[in-house]
Design a protein around this ligand. Structure first.
Ligand SMILES: *[C@@H]1O[C@H](CO)[C@@H](O)[C@H](O)[C@H]1NC(C)=O
Ligand SMILES: *[C@@H]1O[C@H](CO)[C@@H](O)[C@H](O)[C@H]1NC(C)=O
Ligand SMILES: *[C@@H]1O[C@H](CO)[C@@H](O)[C@H](O)[C@H]1NC(C)=O
Ligand SMILES: *[C@@H]1O[C@H](CO)[C@@H](O)[C@H](O)[C@H]1NC(C)=O
Ligand SMILES: *[C@@H]1O[C@H](CO)[C@@H](O)[C@H](O)[C@H]1NC(C)=O
Length: 330
């Protein structure tokens, strides 16, 4: 317990040193803590000074308390997989120790509370006149994760170095499972990233992640085509049984990035909810419509038949009457 606690501290302290040749998606976020002595504020991964990776460097978010608010803090936590921020503030050094990295952005403002990644919000480049180590924004996220209330077709990235990368998992049949990489192309990897709020994937498949998936393999031969899809639920719906064609060595991994200049925008939190349900609704409507049509045709046939019968009977009767009349006239 104790040794793992120190291991965690070491990981946190080592985090800001960029790994040589490390490729990280733009818009990736991590939390930094530089307190290791007594009175450590946090060795946890859910609290710290916010660092964002933009234009090939890690840096801080600058705020003078007035711009960065609850909505912005909630978005940061959501991006990290936590269900909102318990607290946040501007002078991060007081709680988490000094972070000497320079600020990279300031004036962060989220128009919507439905964004999944902070890069979907507006911001401006930081400048050294208004930003210093005292303006570094920090956050403490709630420890409830965003996957406690999943929907069919929800995706998440696990076992990666950051929340923007890792092993792709999809939720089906009340269980998280993996995606086989057979037939995977940029389109499918991009769709995973767009569903998560990013704009695209810049690397996918056979990326180093911590261990293999152990869950069922849900999706195989995932195909999204060339049209830009926002959710993998539009490419393939949850199967009723797991795929047995693939092994966990073929589990799909992706690294996502956010390109501010991109025409494409990442999905919102609710963009991909209920797709599976709407598919079922659609199938039900088709079945009901087909049943209705068959019923209607049968009904028509019945009406026609009975009408014909009536006509025939009526004509026979009329003929008889006429015949009788003739008989009388005679
Ligand atoms: C991140 O942004 C920089 C500068 O805009 C760009 O050169 C780099 O290719 C981007 N990285 C990724 C992974 O898209
Ligand atoms: C805080 O920052 C905003 C935006 O940069 C600016 O308009 C405002 O004047 C600043 N407030 C203080 C007290 O410096
Ligand atoms: C951590 O804090 C120490 C002492 O304040 C400082 O010298 C060091 O540069 C900080 N590390 C980082 C990565 O900011
Ligand atoms: C994650 O970090 C490890 C250790 O620094 C590194 O070897 C690995 O390449 C990283 N993973 C990715 C996908 O970059
Ligand atoms: C993952 O699975 C592959 C293929 O099944 C296997 O070769 C590899 O050793 C596994 N890796 C781990 C860390 O379990």
């Amino acid at each position: 317990m104790k040794s793992s606690f120190f291991a965690l501290l070491l990981v946190c302290a080592a985090a800001p040193v960029a790994v040589q040749g490390e490729q990280v998606g733009n818009g990736t976020i991590r939390l930094f803590s530089n307190k290791t002595g007594p009175g450590v504020a946090s060795g946890a991964t859910n609290a710290g000074i916010i660092q964002i990776y933009i234009d090939d460097q890690w840096g801080n978010i600058c705020s003078n308390q007035t711009t960065f608010g609850q909505r912005e803090a909630d978005t940061v936590c959501y991006q990290l997989g936590y269900n909102g921020a318990d607290s946040f503030g501007a002078y991060g050094a007081a709680l988490f120790g000094v972070d000497t990295s320079a600020a990279v952005i300031k004036d962060v403002h989220c128009d919507s509370d439905q964004y999944q990644v902070l890069s979907q919000c507006q911001y401006s480049p930081a400048d050294s006149n208004s930003c210093n180590d005292k303006t570094d924004v920090h956050v403490t996220c709630s420890t409830t994760d965003i996957w406690s209330d999943p929907y069919d077709g929800m995706v998440r990235l696990v076992r990666g170095n950051y929340s923007s990368e890792g092993l792709v998992e999809v939720y089906c049949n009340k269980k998280w499972g993996t995606v086989c990489d057979d037939g995977i192309d940029d389109d499918e990897a991009d769709t995973v990233c767009v569903q998560l709020g990013y704009t695209k994937s810049f690397k996918w498949d056979k990326l180093p992640v911590r261990g293999n998936g152990s869950q069922p393999i849900w999706l195989d031969n995932l195909y999204c085509g060339h049209t830009d899809k926002t959710c993998i639920g539009y490419c393939q719906t949850c199967p009723s049984e797991e795929s047995t064609d693939c092994s966990h060595g073929e589990d799909l991994t992706v690294q996502c990035t956010y390109n501010k200049a991109s025409f494409e925008k990442g999905s919102l939190r609710t963009t991909c909810t209920g797709i599976e349900d709407s598919w079922w609704t659609f199938i039900h409507i088709v079945i009901i419509a087909a049943a209705g049509l068959v019923g209607f045709i049968l009904c028509c046939l019945c009406v026609c038949l009975s009408f014909c019968c009536c006509c025939a009977a009526g004509a026979k009767k009329k003929k008889k009457v006429i015949n009788t009349a003739y008989t009388q006239f005679d």
